[in-house]
Design a protein around this ligand. Structure first.
Ligand code: CDP
Length: 203
């Protein structure tokens, strides 16, 4: 069975947690596409070459989730040749046999417009910055909440206003605002959307 769940949205909206839970619930493979851009961003050197020669070990680095890696990712993500170099891998992953969940910024719009389910996960910038600040642990100690909020806003701005594959909901995306939702409630809603679509396709 080919079945793609595209989960897009701004920084720290909860895409990762929801994606992992949806993949687990249905036995689908999961790809965190942000990790690809983070790996290119932290690799250094020419970002186009880095994207073209990305290796599994680049994705296993333990510094990919830092604020710096997020900023570096959004800077290289504006380069069309970087995006082009990562396209085929993501497309093939999306249409692999057995079902796939991909989370990112352009999955429903560019990588897999034919995705069976498209979710756009959002939350207010303040809520997202609070979550990211908690998630950062030791690194957060060195940053104020206001600084993390400024970084989240800066990255959103760059992601939404770039020319190539800007962050925006696909026309038919189901919107999921997690500002006032507990993690379990957000997961339940996402799982229900996917189940409804699967039931429909299976007749
Ligand atoms: O986890 P978080 O939402 O903070 O970020 P991420 O999903 O790891 O993505 C990091 C950065 O990579 C984003 O700010 C985007 O600039 C870029 N990205 C992208 O352009 N397209 C994607 N499909 C995924 C990430």
């Amino acid at each position: 069975m080919i079945f793609t769940v595209a989960i897009d949205g701004p920084a720290a909206a909860g895409k990762g947690t929801i994606s992992r839970a949806v993949a687990e619930a249905f036995g689908f493979a999961h790809l965190d596409t942000g990790a690809l851009y983070r790996a290119v961003g932290v690799k250094g050197g020419d970002p186009v070459l880095a994207a073209q020669s990305l290796m599994p070990e680049d994705l296993a680095r333990d510094d990919l989730r830092t604020l710096g890696a997020g900023q570096a990712a959004s800077r290289v993500a504006v380069i069309p040749e970087v995006r082009a170099a990562l396209l085929d891998f993501q497309r093939r992953f999306a249409r692999r046999e057995g079902g796939a969940v991909l989370d990112g910024r352009d999955i429903g719009t560019v990588i897999c417009p034919e995705a069976e389910v498209k979710l756009f996960v959002t939350a207010s910038p303040e809520v997202r910055a609070g979550r990211r600040w908690l998630e950062l642990g030791a690194e957060a100690g060195a940053r104020s909440l206001a600084e993390v909020l400024a970084e989240v806003r800066e990255r959103d701005d760059r992601d939404m206003n770039r020319a190539d594959a800007p962050l925006r909901p696909a026309a038919e995306a189901v919107m999921l605002d997690t500002s006032d939702l507990a993690v379990t409630a957000a997961i339940d809603r996402a799982v229900a959307v996917v189940r409804a679509r699967l039931d429909l396709l299976r007749g």
